[in-house]
Design a protein around this ligand. Sequence first.
Ligand code: CTP
Length: 402
Amino acid sequence: MVELGDKRILLGITGGIAAYKSAELLRELQRGGADIQVVMTESACQFITPVTMQALSGKPVYTGMWDNRVPNGMPHIELSRDRALIVVAPATADFMAKLVHGSADDLLSTLCLARECPLMVAPAMNRQMWEKPATQRNVSQLRKDGIVVLGPDAGDQACGEVGMGRMLEPADVAGEISAWFRPKLLSGIHVVVTAGPTFEPIDPVRGLTNRSSGKMGYAVTRAALEAGARVTLISGPVALEPPAAAQVIRVETARQMFEAANAQANGADIFIAVAAVADYYVANNGTQKIKKEGGVPTLELALNPDIVESIANRPNPPFCVGFAAESEQLEEHAEAKRRRKKLPLLAANLVQSAIEADDNELILFDDEGSHRLGRSSKLDQARQLIRHVAKLYRPPKTAVRA
Ligand code: CTP
C-alpha cells in the first residue's frame, strides 16, 4: 500500500524507453497522496512528452536551465528546496555516470548536484549496459554516496533481449518510496531470518528437499531492513539475489541451518523462521553415487531438529515468528502449531496459492486472535508482517542495579 501523506516529490525523467512508465509512476505517487513536480531531460522528451506529464501532474514541466517561468532564473535551486525527495525514474546509464562525477550540464543533473534532499534513482537500460564494469562501478559509487538505487529488475527488455536492467514496475518504485518514508520501527534491532528450502543429500547427486522459492523470506529480509533493522539472512539454496545490506549465511542442510540459527539467535532481538525446513534427513546417505545395479535403495530417515521451536523454548528467547504453509484447515493447524512451538506470532497461508507466486495471502495468528492481510505482493505482505512484529515486540527489561 502506497502511503505518502502530502510529501512533495520531484520526479526526474531521463531518456530511455522506460520513460513511458514514468506517467504511471506519477499516478501511483499521486494516489499515495504525494505532490509531484516533474523535470525532464531533453532526451526524455523524445520518449514521452512534457505535455503528458504536465496534464497528469497539473503543473508546468521543466526541461531546461534557461526557463523564464522561474522568477529568480535559478530553477535548479527553486525546484528542489521544498522537496522531500528527488526520484529519477528511469535513470539511464549516462545519467548515473553524470551523478557519479558531479557533472551538471543540464537542469536535472544540476538540480541533483544542488539538492539538499535525498535522491533515489531507478536504473533502466539494456542488460549489457547494466552488466558492464563501468556501470557496476557507478552503481556502487552512487550507493556509497548515499543515493538509493531502486532495482533494476530482470526480464524482457524493449530491445528484444532478456536480462537484468528493466526499470522496476511503477507500483514497485512507489512501494519502495513509501516504505522509505515510513518510520524506522526496528532501528537498533537485530533480526535473524531463515529462508528458502533445505537440501538433505542422499548421495553426491541426489537429495530430499522442500518446495520453496525463498521469495517470502527474502521479502521479509528486505522489509526488516527498510524498517531500520540489522538483518542476518540464513538462506537455503535459492536462485535469488539477497538485499545488499543483509548479512547472508548460506547453508544447505537443516542441521547446518539449525547451527547457524542458534549461533545468530544469541543476542538477536527477533527471529523470523520463514524457511521450509525438511523434516527429515537421510541417515544412511552415501559419499558415492548410488548405482541402479545395486537394486532399489532403502533410505533411512531421521528427524531434523526443529529450529524455531528450539529457539522459542530457550530461557530468554528472541521474539520468535513462525510460518506455516498448510494444505487444509489452515486456521486450526496454524494456531495449534503456534501453541505447540510457543510462538508469539505465526504467519500462515495455503500452500497451493503461494510457493512460486509473487503474491501471497497471509493470516497472522497471535495471542489476540487472527489478522487477515488480504492478497498482495510478497513484499507488501512482508512489510505488513514487519509492522505487526514491531507492534508486538517488547525489548527485554534490562536489570536495574540496586
Ligand atoms: N521449522 C523449523 N525447523 C524445522 C521445521 C520447521 O524452524 N525443522 C519452522 C519453519 O521455518 C516454520 C515453522 O517451523 O516457521 C513451521 O514449519 P512447518 O514445516 O509448517 O511445520 P512442521 O513443524 O514441520 O509441521 P508439519 O510439517 O507437521 O506441518
